[in-house]
Write a protein that binds this ligand. Sequence first.
Ligand code: GLS
Length: 829
Amino acid sequence: SDLPASGRAPGPAVPLALAPIRSVADWRDAILAKLVYALGRDQRTASDRDWFEALALALRDRVVAHALDSDDLTRVAGHKRVYYLSLEFLVGRLLVDTLTNLDMTGLTRAALGELGADFERVRAAEPDAALGNGGLGRLAACFMESAASLAIPTCGYGIRYENGLFRQEIRNGVQVELPEDWLAAGNPWEIRRPERDCDIGFGGHVEQVGDDDGATRCVWHPAELVRAVAHDTPVIGWRARHANRLRLWSARAVAPLRLDAFNAGDYLGAVADDVRARSVSRVLYPSDTTPAGQELRLRQEYFFSAASLHDILRRHLAEGYDLSRLPDMAAIQLNDTHPAIAIAEMMRLLVDRHGTAWNEAWRITCGCFSYTNHTLLPEALETWPVALMERLLPRHMQIIYRLNADHLEAARAKGAASDSLQASLSMIDETQGRRVRMGTLAFVGSHRVNGVSALHTGLMRETVFHDLHVLHPDRITNVTNGITFRRWLFEANPRLTGLLVDVLGDAVLDDPSVLAGLRGLAGDPGLRARLIACRRANKVALSNLVGEQLGIGLDPDALFDVHVKRLHEYKRQLLNILEAVSLWQAIRARPAAGWVPRVKIFAGKAAASYAQARLIIRLINDVASVINNDPVTSDLLKVVFLPNFNVSLAEIIIPAADLSEQISTAGMEASGTGNMKFALNGALTIGTLDGANIEIRDHVGADNIFIFGLTAAEVAVRRLDGWHPECSIVASPALAGAIEAIGRGTFSPGEDTRFAPIVDELRRTDRFLVTADFDSYAEAQRRVAALWRDRDAWWRAAVLNTAGMGPFSSDRAIGEYAEKIWHVTGLER
Ligand code: GLS
């Protein structure tokens, strides 16, 4: 038959595709209709938020039409789909993203103008969706946008947290965490999909039942069910080529109200089940920290993994395919180990529910799954206590035992038979109580496992996954991270984008490799003058924000030296602030020595329970208040800590940066993606040979980046050879002076022990080798200052940075996943 497996005739996909908007008046009327008829508001009294909502609804109509169309084409073509399972999607605002990709920004400015609304204020009225912690979550959001832009049929699956990452305030220098209620006024982008809801079990017991043919199978009887409630956000690709969806699950009780209890006057008891169920999607778990709230976290992981797999199998079967064909039709990417339990769930569904034979089920599972590792930090490698797993997911624990037995048997057959090798390869860690190693489960159940930069992938093979790698030498592969240029260049930096289009033509908007054409213009004085003007305007905008928020006046002609990311000791904000203290001391000693005026800008959140990181935030703020008020240095050095770092703030800060701080202890930052955003926008990097910094150096040229410090190999040696931080401190008067000032209470008058935990860590253990790298870092900062004085040389380097960043587009990264891991292509129209 000519009919595809779906049984549907190919044809014009969506009868409801909307007619293109041809005029400002059309678009104005469409927005106004939403304001009046969907929201019930009056144009004369509408707030910025009302206009945002009306505009988002009008845009959503258009995006949804594309999504339905893309869906239909995918189904009719029998095209493979990608499923991206991620506990985090750090989406940020969607308005400008959508306008950019639909090419409707100019039209919208004009239409809102006719309606008496201000585009910039309407844009700012959108809450920033912070359903993630940092790089890992933002990568997932960039990947969703790139997959849509490349027309790769993809569905992202995650949790619709009611409260995303906390809102940070700084009070008297101290981080205060407040809930971020981004959904308080509703979310116009999303669409409820009640027909996709499903119930997810927890706890209970497993029963063996005999089949007619004498075989037995297992039936799990959960003690508790939680309903997974589906919400879709359409994701439109560049130039509206294709649209995908992000399906986020929220949790509620299957029976949200016990009417008998309510009628008896027990109002709390009547909703207790619902409150308990809803806690599963209440808050984003602070993953950058130590184990706490363990059970809730495991519940979250299983909840969204199981709901997503249920949805994937439902779609596959509804389209008329046999389960044996699942690997041809579905690529399931595990974004870190958080969804790794999906591997056991897939086996359960296939074997227990669909009666698939064990070995065939395993073939299907491994054929579908692949896993990305995002960190080698031991505290971040997930393991779950066996006892907890047995209680919460009894059938999954049985499945893991059997998978582990098969896996260890296969290892033995390949010669990995010694007790120590078997213990290291096992899915069960017996060294600290019995715990399930989710990384091992993910590795064994995937046909491909990838790291996120060349260095990181190499370290995976050599360290954490060494023994598994020997067993499966072809499994680990590298896909260096990328960023979407639509958001991080076109939207965040329209000035630079306009300039690039003038110089390189429109092609630069579609093909990042065109950026390389800038290399030939690196010495061009005309280009340089325009770049300087554009950077200066961005710096003025950031200075205005700093003035409004903190009351600190900045000189936009100073060097803006920027360190923004999560607060973590390995990211070494401490190294930066120590150098700032030492610089301040040096300027005070010789104020007239021709210093380059500098503004050190910090932003980032610390996990609430991470005391040392919180103390580093305090130190930065306390140093800032002393330095910023010192009349001797105030024209030459300022320190700024901008509160509540999020995607939207990053979009303002990054285009205004001259210098990008990427100074993690080598071997610890898996890739970094902030490093890419800054370099693309023409900031020069000061950084260690860590993560993707190495590849950035290779692409922008070693002369155009300030590399310093120990290499990953040298760090490993240092840690083994009994090095003591006191040796580095004694050898460096500048470092000793800075630590001494902090320890003496220079920045904490009346409380000289405030920073004792920091000073003690530096003097006694210094696990992140801050003291070992200090002199090298300070020397690199002097190279920075020297280059800054040579304006031609600085701007030449800046041009070469932007010119070299084409390969760091997330389109390239997604293209590699598609080819090497997912075996899928873009959908042809
Ligand atoms: C992270 C790494 O720490 C980053 O280096 C990396 O860029 C990011 C995306 O791959 O993943 N891992 C993690 O747990 N959080 C991250 O940001």
